[in-house]
Design a protein around this ligand. Structure first.
Ligand SMILES: Nc1ncnc2c1ncn2[C@@H]1O[C@H](COP(=O)(O)OP(=O)(O)OP(=O)(O)O)[C@@H](O)[C@H]1O
Length: 779
């Protein structure tokens, strides 16, 4: 028997042994889980029996409260244990199927014996709790697996640095509990395994990469020291993957103090949210919170305004290229997204601190109770050193106090009596129930008509005033929109601000005023508006969130990013993106968040190796963008991209079905027809649906299945497919420099095959690429 075979048999034996241990632990845990479960059921059933309830004396009430609290705590503690053990059982089930993926043999300096470190998704000790059978991939010692080839190596513990020598580094492929392959590896973590992982078909949801994390990705995952970590990574370099494993790492490292509730991920679109939703559960961790910037913003605005979505803005600029106002609109987008504009807003807010805020009259039953002028006067009589938002709280209390006085006089008015008479039976009963709860009545006082009327008057007026009170509590007496409009109407047009404004300011501000007058906020206006809104009304900074992840960060404007930094002052930020995939209008003309300097302690990591696509696809796509030379393909074989030329758009609907069938025949399950815009996607869908079972993805789509989809590039961001068909890569469609990144983003979604259709002359972006990098056919 060869040495290799012997090794394999010995590893198989070990796997069996570990699985037996897992079985034993599972058995033990199952008994515990069922005991706790019964105890929880019992506690819930007998909750009130075990509580001493006595409400006779104040002391007894306190004792009762304490007793209830104790019982509730006991219950929730048991529930928590039950939850944790059930989770552990799930992880053990996973470990049984795939106990580990790697092993290093490490001889620590000064020690005689080499330790065998087996690495898996979670740690496991033997049933006696004496030895580690598996080390969690996030344990300090496991970091050597990702960072070093065999030879000298080191890792850091809480307070020490351990050095030594890796004698062996081995990878395993274990599926359904069976060892399917193992190999000793050298410098990087097995090309072999990576080849096999990357060669598989795309799945509808992203998968974890713990078994094959690369050294530079590990630097991102385990980076702890910086307030801001910026990752510039080329398309397919594993930014999103690294981000998600980083979440898992942080949850492990800080498990005493950090939960998934303390981590927030900003995703590029709703589809992406579900695309990444499986990774953490697969690793035995709960998902972090997820949102999109749009959703986050919309939740914050306390007014009913019509808000343009980022996708609508995108669609607008992609489809109105020949519109006369295109250039001006682009200038407006660029300017309103900049930090110069933010500075102007800061100056404007400063001005508002001294004068200019617009208020609303407080009216009740068509009568003005407090005029906006009175509110204005009161506001500006308050100490101007206090922030606007804090002064606003003072104004709110002042108005509420005035309202209480009004309430008293209102009670005696005739309308109140008429309303009492009009109360129907149900309202009447409700009134008494509420009054009773307020201890306004006892049995005797029901006969007391005088008192009854007074109480009912109070109830009726209170009820009528409640909506107004609620509005006041929400500070709706501040007219944020009119206040903000003043920026465009007057304030910005004065010296010295004029110099900082674009030449077209006259018509840009005119358009802005028109939009605001019809309660419409264009996407580029939303962040500045919310910024002023928050300064006027105050906003909670989110202190519960300790880590913010921003994926596709190149699409955030400097203003948007500054806004987020403001909202999460105590959080560390991981900002991931690719300057070549910046497709939003504001980013195309200026610096993106990825290459901007930041004042805080920051580290920037650059990833240049692309894992998603085959080598021939990367060799093609890297030449589409400026500076693409540094993009390094992972060495995975495949076919060169194929350019299919047709004479006219009409022919697309016959050639594309044929192309899709060819791709399906090769076994590709997830195929995307990627379009320039939503407009083009809709047209493609209409033209193709008679010939192909195809799903159209729009901005509301949250999941997708294996099969064929049509999608505009901006909704395919961050996602990948077995094969991509670019619907029409002609010069007519992709010609502006602005569309270069869009085209690059579309092409880089392909894992195994890329087909570019072109009705007429192909885009210059293709012609920029050397001819030997792709094949051409005329259909
Ligand atoms: N170390 C790795 N091991 C296995 N697969 C990897 C690794 N790194 C990246 N991949 C795979 O490469 C593909 C691209 O990864 P990911 O989506 O994280 O890249 P990205 O940089 O976010 O891409 P993009 O910016 O183009 O959206 C995924 O299929 C991912 O699983």
């Amino acid at each position: 028997m060869t040495e290799q075979n012997q090794e394999k048999i010995s590893e198989e034996k070990r796997i069996k042994r570990v699985q037996n241990e897992i079985d034993k632990i599972i058995e033990k845990l199952k008994v515990n889980v069922s005991e706790v479960k019964n105890r929880v059921i019992e506690l819930r059933k007998n909750f009130w029996e075990d509580v001493t309830v006595n409400l006779d004396e104040p002391d007894d009430v306190i004792e009762t409260q304490a007793s209830i609290k104790q019982q509730a705590e006991l219950l929730s503690e048991r529930e928590r244990s039950h939850g944790q053990w059930s989770e552990r059982l799930k992880t053990l089930d996973k470990l049984k199927n795939n106990p580990y993926f790697g092993r290093i043999d490490f001889l620590e300096d000064g020690e005689e014996e080499t330790d065998r470190i087996y690495i898996g998704i979670s740690s496991l000790m033997d049933a006696n709790e004496e030895n580690f059978l598996i080390y969690d991939w996030r344990a300090p010692i496991s970091s050597m697996y990702y960072d070093y080839p065999p030879g000298r190596a080191e890792y850091e513990t809480m307070d020490d640095k351990i050095t030594g020598e890796i004698k062996l580094k081995r990878q395993f492929i274990i599926r359904n509990g069976k060892l399917e392959g193992m190999f000793n590896t050298g410098i990087t973590i097995g090309d072999h395994l990576l080849q096999s992982v990357l060669g598989q078909n795309a799945s509808e949801t992203m998968e974890s990469i713990v078994a094959t994390i690369q050294k530079e990705q590990n630097q991102i995952i385990r980076n702890e020291d910086n307030k801001i970590l910026v990752v510039q990574g080329v398309a397919g370099s594993g930014k999103t993957s690294a981000a998600l494993q980083r979440v898992a790492y942080l949850l492990y490292r800080h498990r005493q103090s950090l939960t998934s509730e303390n981590i927030l991920l900003f995703s590029p679109n709703p589809l992406f949210n579900s695309y990444v939703a499986n990774v953490l559960p697969e690793l035995g961790e709960a998902n972090m919170k997820q949102t999109t910037f749009q959703e986050y913003i919309e939740k914050r605005l306390r007014e009913s305004l019509q808000i343009e979505t980022p996708f609508e803005q995108m669609e607008h600029y992609l489809t109105t290229r020949f519109d006369g106002q295109y250039d001006e609109k682009m200038t407006a987008i660029h300017f309103k997204s900049s930090l110069t504009f933010k500075q102007l807003m800061d100056d404007f807010i400063n001005y508002l601190s001294g004068e200019g805020i617009q208020f609303r009259n407080i009216t009740f039953k068509g009568r003005i109770l407090i005029t906006k002028e009175e509110i204005y006067e009161y506001f500006y009589s308050l100490d101007s050193n206090v922030t606007i938002a804090n002064r606003m709280d003072g104004v709110r209390d002042w108005i509420l106090e005035r309202l209480s006085a009004v309430e008293k006089t209102e009670r005696q008015k005739d309308w109140v009596l008429s309303e009492i008479e009009l109360l129907d039976k149900e309202e009447y009963v409700k009134a008494f129930q509420e009054l009773d709860q307020q201890k306004g009545f006892n049995d005797e006082s029901f006969d007391d008509f005088e008192r009854e009327e007074q109480k009912l008057r109070k109830w009726v007026v209170q009820r009528r005033l409640n909506p107004l009170r609620r509005k006041i509590k929400r500070l709706q007496f501040v007219n944020v929109r009119l206040t903000y409009m003043r920026f465009y109407q007057e304030w910005s047009h004065q010296q010295p601000y004029l110099e900082q404004l674009p030449r077209e300011w006259g018509s840009i501000s005119g358009q802005s005023i028109e939009n605001l007058s019809r309660k419409f906020l264009s996407w580029e206006e939303v962040t500045p508006y919310l910024y002023v809104h928050d300064h006027l009304l105050g906003s909670m900074t989110n202190r519960g969130i300790r880590h913010v992840f921003i994926d596709e960060a190149q699409d955030y404007s400097p203003f948007q990013f500054a806004y987020l930094k403001d909202k999460f002052p105590n959080s560390q930020m991981t900002v991931l993106g690719d300057v070549n995939q910046a497709i939003y209008a504001h980013a195309l003309l200026g610096e993106t968040v990825i290459d901007a300097p930041h004042e805080e302690k920051m580290e920037k990591i650059t990833l240049t190796k692309s894992y998603r696509s085959t080598k021939p696809i990367v060799e093609f796509t890297k030449h589409i963008v400026d500076g693409g030379d540094m993009i390094e393909p992972f060495n995975r074989d495949g076919k060169k991209p194929l350019l299919k030329k047709v004479k006219s758009e009409n022919e697309l609907s016959s050639v594309i079905p044929k192309t899709v069938h060819e791709l399906q025949a090769k076994g590709y399950e997830t195929i995307a027809i990627i379009c320039h815009s939503m407009q083009e996607s809709k047209q493609a869908y209409l033209d193709l649906k008679a010939y192909l079972p195809v799903t159209l993805i729009d901005e509301k789509t949250t999941t997708f299945e294996k099969g064929l989809i049509i999608v505009p590039t901006y909704l395919a961001k961050g996602i990948e497919f077995d094969a991509v068909v670019v619907y029409n890569a002609s010069q007519d469609v992709y010609q502006d420099e602005l569309e270069r990144n869009l085209f690059y983003t579309a092409c880089t979604r392909a894992m195994h095959e890329l087909v570019l259709m072109s009705a007429g002359e192909p885009s210059n972006f293709i012609q920029d690429v050397q001819e030997n990098k792709y094949n051409v056919v005329n259909e």
